[in-house]
Design a protein around this ligand. Structure first.
Ligand code: FMN
Length: 396
């Protein structure tokens, strides 16, 4: 029988499922929903000693793809303390307190961490990764120093020193959160040297949603007259998250990692663990599907583990890493497309590919055929694009 419990940097979690810091975790009622649906921990909404600027959350969705979030509701340290206290009193959740120190003042980082610890936080998550407060604020010429948000998370030496200072100042584990705007593995290594008990990532890369082509290129947001650059999360960032988590695991073999970014189902969650994550974080999925998505995650992972004979999460953690090599080391074998004529519906997708001369098309029978196998360079594009699953890649 599968056991989903995980020890994460000293925190005993009943399962690896964590609600990521966001407006999912800025109020007690929502945190309670997360617990009722089965989360083991929450990362509370970003807290500051002094909230730097007002930002009402506004979003653009591209369904199944991207979720653009240029800003968000930030908590004052007092609000965060109150939220942590209530969560510790009224739930069994582990509380990870997401926080960002004042850019110019390392002692301020420590003070904030200590105040969150005092309120009962089980771990502090150092937000070195918010694109909105860091890079973007800098780009719009706000008077902000380099030690803030994703600016800090691009600088391994600075990240190490901030981590070290906070590790020395608190008695709970410290977890810096990584930005894909930087090289996460190198920054994570710096943080590990500074004493980090774990790292999390990835936070959102910076992006821009499209604009209204029939209205002067105005923003698509229904509730703003202009727009800033926006952090993007959701399915589009998943491959980026897999890459960064795998690279962090390779560089820091013993460092616990909270892996997230674009995870939408239990299969992707298992892949994330296979690439090195110790536990998993979700944000966009809970926005779109509600916390009830946790039921499917739990059921899916549990049934999968029973089917595969895995007793605990660590049985399959990291197992995909052995297949990651440099491009010149990739071990190829020949495999060519074959089309199942029963399944081919004559849609022409494989025949009309821009790069490929392998297929021909019978206009009478409305079927595609492999006729120039010698022109095939085995890329697999036809296989992936066939909507009817009529194409298989057959070794030969
Ligand atoms: C509306 C919104 C607010 C967020 N606020 C925070 C935050 O306060 N602190 C933080 O570290 N990350 C924050 N994030 C980033 C998420 O915690 C998460 O790292 C990111 O969305 C990627 O995960 P996902 O693809 O599952 O959404 C926020 C994301 C969104 C969409």
């Amino acid at each position: 029988m599968a056991n989903l419990a995980v020890n994460f940097a000293g925190l005993e979690l009943k399962n690896p499922f964590i609600a990521a810091s966001s407006e999912l975790t800025d109020e007690f009622d929502k945190i309670k929903w997360a617990e009722d649906a089965g989360a083991s921990a929450v990362s509370t909404k970003l807290a500051f000693l002094n909230v730097p600027f007002f930002a009402r959350p506004y979003h653009v969705f591209e369904k199944g793809g991207g979720f653009y979030s240029p800003s968000g509701h930030r908590l004052s340290v007092e609000e965060s303390q109150e939220l942590i206290r209530k969560t510790k009193e009224q739930t069994d959740l582990k509380v990870i307190a997401n926080m960002m120190g004042p850019g110019e003042n390392l002692d301020g980082w420590v003070k904030l961490a200590q105040m969150l610890e005092e309120a009962g936080a089980d771990m502090v998550e150092l937000n070195m990764s918010c694109p909105n407060v860091g890079i973007m604020a800098k780009q719009i010429d706000m008077d902000i120093t380099d030690e803030l948000g994703a600016h800090l998370g691009k600088n391994p030496a600075l990240a190490r020193e901030v981590t070290r200072k906070i590790v020395d100042g608190v008695n709970i584990p410290v977890m810096p959160k990584m930005t894909p705007e930087g090289q996460c593995d190198i920054v994570a290594k710096g943080c590990e040297e500074g004493g980090a008990a774990a790292v999390s990532g990835i936070n959102c890369p910076m992006s821009l949603p499209g604009c209204d082509i029939y209205d002067d290129g105005k923003p698509l947001y229904p509730s703003t007259n202009n727009q800033s650059f926006a952090g993007i999360c959701g399915p589009w960032i998943r491959p980026l998250a897999f890459r960064h988590v795998a690279q962090m695991r390779m560089k820091c073999p013993d460092l616990p990692i909270a892996g997230g970014g674009g995870l939408s189902n239990w299969q992707q969650s298992i892949q994330m663990i296979m690439y090195g994550a110790t536990v998993l974080t979700y944000c966009t999925l809970f926005y779109t599907d509600g916390f009830k998505a946790l039921h499917k995650l739990e059921k899916g992972v549990r049934e999968y583990m029973d089917k595969m004979g895995y007793e605990k999460i660590s049985d399959f953690q990291n197992i995909a890493l052995k297949y990651i090599v440099t491009p010149q080391q990739v071990d190829y074998f020949d495999a060519f497309p074959e089309i199942d004529q029963e399944k081919c519906k004559g849609c022409r997708t494989c025949y009309e590919l821009g790069h490929c001369e392998v297929m021909s098309f019978d206009e009478e029978k409305k079927k595609a055929y492999v006729t120039q196998k010698d022109k095939c360079y085995m890329c697999g594009v036809c296989y992936w694009l066939c909507k009817h699953k009529a194409i298989t890649m057959v070794p030969g």
